[in-house]
Structures are given as structure tokens and as C-alpha cells.
Design a protein around this ligand. Structure first.
Ligand code: ZN
Ligand code: ZN
Length: 352
């Protein structure tokens, strides 16, 4: 069973050397199953992951690859066992489209940590079907990986929240960001601009660390009470002052890791949410011992967290700073993200 009027076309990269020249191709979606939802795409955000994938920075991708995992649109078809959605619903799909549904993570609202998770693109389903992303006309996903979008939130606003927003919301919540806590956000970009807003929306005091002194104004507008330019010696006066740090910096050599660890209070945590291509800077274990600080990671978020995040975004007016481009300019958008030349997220508007 498959809807008759849906076209499956998308902008694919077929050569990592020419990663900024995606070409329009026809593709075969996964086989339609009982819990599947078909979504006609209206918008798709452009994530740093798209760049890491199409450039081969994270390893050779399965080519051709259609990137994009910040997808919003409308439901056009539902499988016979789908209960959450009906045709016409406004929905989104993030960075994951399937999992095993049976393991402990899947049964405890940690499905984003399922060892058999299927990513939205550059991935294969267990039956061999290829998952392609949202720089395309449509996406098919299991209903668990489809999120209802609140009516108050325009789809182009919701799109970047489904990866960038969730990637920072989940570790904020899991690591206790809230009233009485001081949270440091490192880097102001696609992830960072959401991290500042969600930390503030959760009730925490927010300190922004950035190597660009000209981002002071944006940091404060987004909700930071302090802005720290991470130039030589910035750590002076900040030792032991923070409960939690979310690091969104995507290039390892740009992360002053030892100094940032020093800004944590006893047992404070630094959570890496960006995934740079290269290794993190080396650290001496003395760095961890002096304040018992912890260094950790995080991977997107669960559906439960996605729904809470969208609700909080509506209640507290969290706003994505977006620059819209037609989908045919996906290559330009990818290049701008790679060159850090967007304030702060590109969203592609369907034009196929
Ligand atoms: Zn992403
Ligand atoms: Zn699982």
C-alpha cells in the first residue's frame, strides 16, 4: 500500500568531493508498513550533521545520500495500525526514523540510545531498505518517530528544533538545568542559540562562552545574563562557578576544554553535544580531580523530550533564528553551514 500521488524526489550528494552540489534524483522510500506515516515535506533545516556526512568527515557515506533531518510537513497517508496521526496533521521528523522497540532504552524513553536505531539518512533499515532524508518531497517513518507540531508553532520554526533544539534540550533536562542552576553554553550557532533559550526557559541562569566578541549582543538577546569572550586567560574569576556546561562547538581545536572544565563547581558536568570530525584536545587527569568534574556526551533526545520541548517553546516563546532558502539552493546552504556563515540556521523551503 502506498499513496498514489506522492512523488519521491530529493537533492542527493553522490560524491563527497562535490558535497556542495546536490542533484535532484528519484528515490525509493522504505517499504510501507502498518505503523508508517507518509509526510509531504514543506521545510527541512540544514544541520551540521548534514555537512559532516556529505563531506565524508564522519567517514564515507552511503551514496547517493539525501541529507536532512529537521523535517516538517503534513501527513498524507497512514498505515492501518497508526493511532497517533491522521491525514492533514502538521508533523515533524527528526534525526531518527526507527529503532528496535524492544530493548531497555526503547522501553524507557531512551530510544535515541537504542543500539539498533536507524538514522533518518545515510542509514539502512534491518530489511535492507535505504533511509533518505528531508531535502526531498516526502518521508516515510514509523509513527513513534513522527512528532505532532503544536498549532502555535509555524512549521519553519519547528523544523530546526527537531534536531538542533532537541540535541540541546535533552542534555539540559537530563543534567538538571533549572532554577538555582548556572549553566554555561559554549558557542552560539544552530545548537547554541537554542541552548541559551532553552536553558533560560527551564529557569536557569545562563552564561555564554564564545570566541567571537561580536556575539555579546545576540547572547544577551537570547537570554544570557553574562557573556564571556574565550580569549587567553578568560577562566580567571570563573573557576568553580558553573553547575553545567553544554558545549556546542563543532571544531575540536576551538574548544578550550581544560579551561572550561575549571569553570565547573564540585561534580559539575560538561556535556559535548557537537560531534567534531577530529578528536577532542588531550586532557590531563588532574583536570578532573581538582573539582571532581565530569565530561559527558548526549545524542539527540527521546520523543517524550521532543514533545516537552515543543510545548516549552510555545509557552516561553523560544524562537529559531532562521534564514530561509529554496530547497534547490541546498548546496549553498550546506556551504554556509560549513563556513559558519548563517545566523543561525538555514531552513530549506520545498520547491520541487
Ligand atoms: Zn542534526
Ligand atoms: Zn531498541
Amino acid at each position: 500500500m502506498s499513496p498514489s500521488d506522492l512523488e519521491w524526489k530529493g537533492y542527493a550528494v553522490d560524491d563527497t568531493e562535490h558535497w556542495d552540489q546536490p542533484k535532484l534524483i528519484d528515490f525509493e522510500p522504505k517499504r510501507f508498513e502498518d505503523y508508517d506515516v507518509d509526510v509531504k515535506i514543506e521545510y527541512c533545516g540544514v544541520c551540521g550533521s548534514d555537512v559532516h556526512t556529505v563531506t565524508g568527515g564522519w567517514g564515507k557515506p552511503m551514496l547517493p545520500v539525501i541529507p536532512g533531518h529537521e523535517i516538517t510537513g503534513r501527513v498524507v497517508e497512514v498505515g492501518p495500525k497508526v493511532t497517533e496521526f491522521k491525514v492533514g496533521d502538521r508533523v515533524g521528523v527528526g534525526a531518527q526514523v526507527c529503532s528496535c522497540f524492544e530493548c531497555v532504552p526503547c522501553k524507557t524513553d531512551n530510544e535515541n540510545y537504542c543500539l539498533k536505531a536507524v538514522n533518518t539518512y545515510n542509514a539502512k533499515y534491518p530489511n535492507g531498505d535505504i533511509a533518505q532524508g528531508g531535502y526531498s518531497t516526502a518521508i516515510r517513518a514509523h509513527e513513534r518517530y513522527v512528532f505532532p507540531i503544536p498549532n502555535e508553532l509555524p512549521l519553519e520554526q519547528a523544523s530546526p528544533m527537531l534536531c538542533a533544539g532537541l540535541t540541546v534540550y535533552s542534555p539540559l533536562v537530563r543534567n538538571g538545568a533549572g532554577p538555582g542552576k548556572r549553566v554555561g553554553i559554549v558557542g552560539i550557532g544552530g545548537l547554541g542559540h537554542f541552548a541559551i533559550q532553552f536553558a533560560k526557559a527551564l529557569g536557569a541562569e545562563v552564561v555564554v562562552f564564545s570566541h567571537s566578541p561580536d556575539k555579546d549582543k545576540d547572547a544577551r538577546e537570547l537570554g544570557a545574563s553574562e557573556f564571556v569572550h574565550t580569549a587567553e586567560g578568560f577562566v580567571k574569576g570563573w573557576e568553580g562557578k558553573l553547575d553545567l556546561i553544554i558545549c556546542t562547538v563543532d571544531v575540536s581545536k576551538g574548544i578550550p576544554l581544560e579551561d572550561l572544565m575549571s569553570t565547573l563547581n564540585v561534580g559539575g558536568r560538561l556535556i559535548m553535544v557537537a560531534l567534531p570530525d577530529d578528536n577532542l584536545p588531550p586532557m590531563n587527569s588532574f583536570q578532573f580531580s581538582k573539582n571532581a568534574a565530569l565530561l559527558g556526551g548526549s545524542h539527540i533526545g527521546s520523543k517524550k523530550e521532543a514533545l516537552e520541548m515543543l510545548d516549552l517553546a510555545v509557552k516561553k516563546g523560544v524562537k529559531a533564528y532562521i534564514e530561509l532558502l529554496p530547497m534547490k539552493e541546498a548546496g549553498k546552504a550546506l556551504r554556509n553551514v560549513k563556513e559558519n556563515n548563517v545566523r543561525y540556521r538555514h531552513v530549506l523551503k520545498m520547491d520541487i
